[in-house]
Write a protein that binds this ligand. Structure first.
Ligand code: NAD
Ligand code: UDP
Length: 344
């Protein structure tokens, strides 16, 4: 199988996807500057991967914005790279409001440099990490890919701009591009060896809950119970990170099998939104650990609800998420329990 480049492959979603792609037999070059990850994640991936997989994994410590680093990555495998999965980027909404230049630089500038390097190296196929936040503050559900995308913060704006840059390469150069709009990936590989490793106090619901369960944080803060949702708390479409990782393998296969210019934009979720309180209850059921919580006012910038239409991914790729909310909880907990300080 021809080699693939995985930017940001040491990160949360990247590490799980690297494992799935090694299991599928691919040769991979990971380019990561470890701005938000640890090289240890890739050592753990190799422990879980089939024997000999270390011969098929090349790791380049480099920046996706840097042409020289990209040239090193494109030269790292024995054969030419035929496709890219582009995870490298920054993903914190609040940070993007505070540091917009950083987000335009890394998320859009990084995609531009990557596209430039792809053109230099004759590689015309890319799977791109986009986000459900491109839909802005939607009111109609489920969200279909053709619905309007009025992003409301720099994070979503830079992701939408990168989608548009890649779409322009499809039109002008006949590239094959999949923009995957992730909803809320959570959980971990069931081994508990790889998982999400947030720096400091987590912003996101799932790692916050697992840290409360571990006794590292005292009580969950539920941000708002006056939303127009069934129980008043915010609703999101959570999906297991292993389902998400597998979707990348399927999207790559889909693009690799096509000869003509191709552009697909797909939501990746389960198609079912869950409230904060539903997640708390599922976690308690799955682990037997009570999660004490207080209800606080709404968090600035939060939307009431996100829920994917998952029909397009099912029809085009034959992919649908298969793991339950309880599995997301028990696998996320297995990772947190075995690695109280993440990779540190
Ligand atoms: P992550 O931070 O764990 O992974 C991103 C990886 O990219 C990290 O390993 C980081 O070190 C690397 N990186 C950052 N800047 C880089 C640069 N300039 N050069 C090279 N490497 C760089 O995040 P994740 O949760 O795995 O997300 C992966 C992608 O999916 C991101 O683009 C993110 O925006 C997108 N996404 C994530 C979520 C989510 O909830 N986790 C949702 C939607 C979209
Ligand atoms: N949330 C919460 N307490 C937290 C973190 C998040 O109540 O400590 C809520 C948040 O208001 C939202 C949902 O959980 O309704 C998911 O938030 P998260 O930050 O995980 O994802 P995102 O907002 O990026 O979709």
């Amino acid at each position: 199988m021809a080699p693939l480049l995985i930017t940001g492959g040491a990160g949360f979603i990247g590490s799980h996807t690297v494992l799935v792609l090694l299991e599928a037999g691919h040769e991979l070059v990971v380019l990561d500057n470890f701005a938000n990850s640890s090289p240890l994640a890739l050592d753990r991936v190799l422990e879980l991967a089939p024997a000999g997989a270390d011969q098929r994994l090349h790791v380049i410590d480099g920046d996706v914005r840097c042409a020289e680093d990209l040239d090193r990555a494109f030269a790292a495998a024995a054969a030419p790279i035929t496709g890219v999965v582009h995870f490298a980027g920054r993903k914190a909404v609040r940070e993007s409001v505070e540091q917009p230049l950083l987000y335009w630089d890394v998320n859009l500038g990084g995609t531009r440099s990557l596209a430039d390097a792809m053109a230099r190296h004759g590689c015309e196929l890319v799977v791109f990490s986009s986000t459900a936040t491109v839909y802005g503050e939607p009111e109609v559900f489920p969200l279909v890919e053709t619905m309007p995308t009025p992003p409301v913060h720099p994070y979503a704006q830079t992701k939408l701009a990168a989608e548009q840059l890649l779409a322009a390469m499809v039109r002008s150069r006949g590239w094959r591009v999949a923009a995957l709009r992730y909803f809320n990936p959570v959980g971990a590989h069931p081994s508990g060896r790889i998982g999400e490793d947030p720096d400091g106090i987590p912003n996101n619901l799932f790692p916050y809950i697992t840290q409360v369960a571990a006794g590292r944080l005292e009580r969950l803060r539920v941000f708002g119970d006056d939303y127009p949702t069934a129980d008043g708390t915010g609703e999101r479409d959570y999906l297991h990170v292993m389902d998400l990782a597998e979707a990348h393998a399927v999207a790559l296969d889909y693009l690799l099998q096509r000869a003509e210019a191709t552009q697909i934009t797909l939501n990746l979720g389960t198609g079912r939104a869950r409230s904060v309180l539903e997640v708390v209850q599922a976690f308690e059921r799955a682990t037997g650990i009570p999660i004490p919580y207080d209800v606080l006012p709404r968090r600035a910038g939060d939307v009431p609800k996100l829920e994917a239409s998952v029909q397009a991914a099912a029809q085009l790729l034959g992919w649908q998420a298969s793991r339950s909310l309880e599995q997301m909880c028990s696998d996320g907990w297995a990772w947190q329990r075995a690695n109280p300080n993440g990779y540190r």
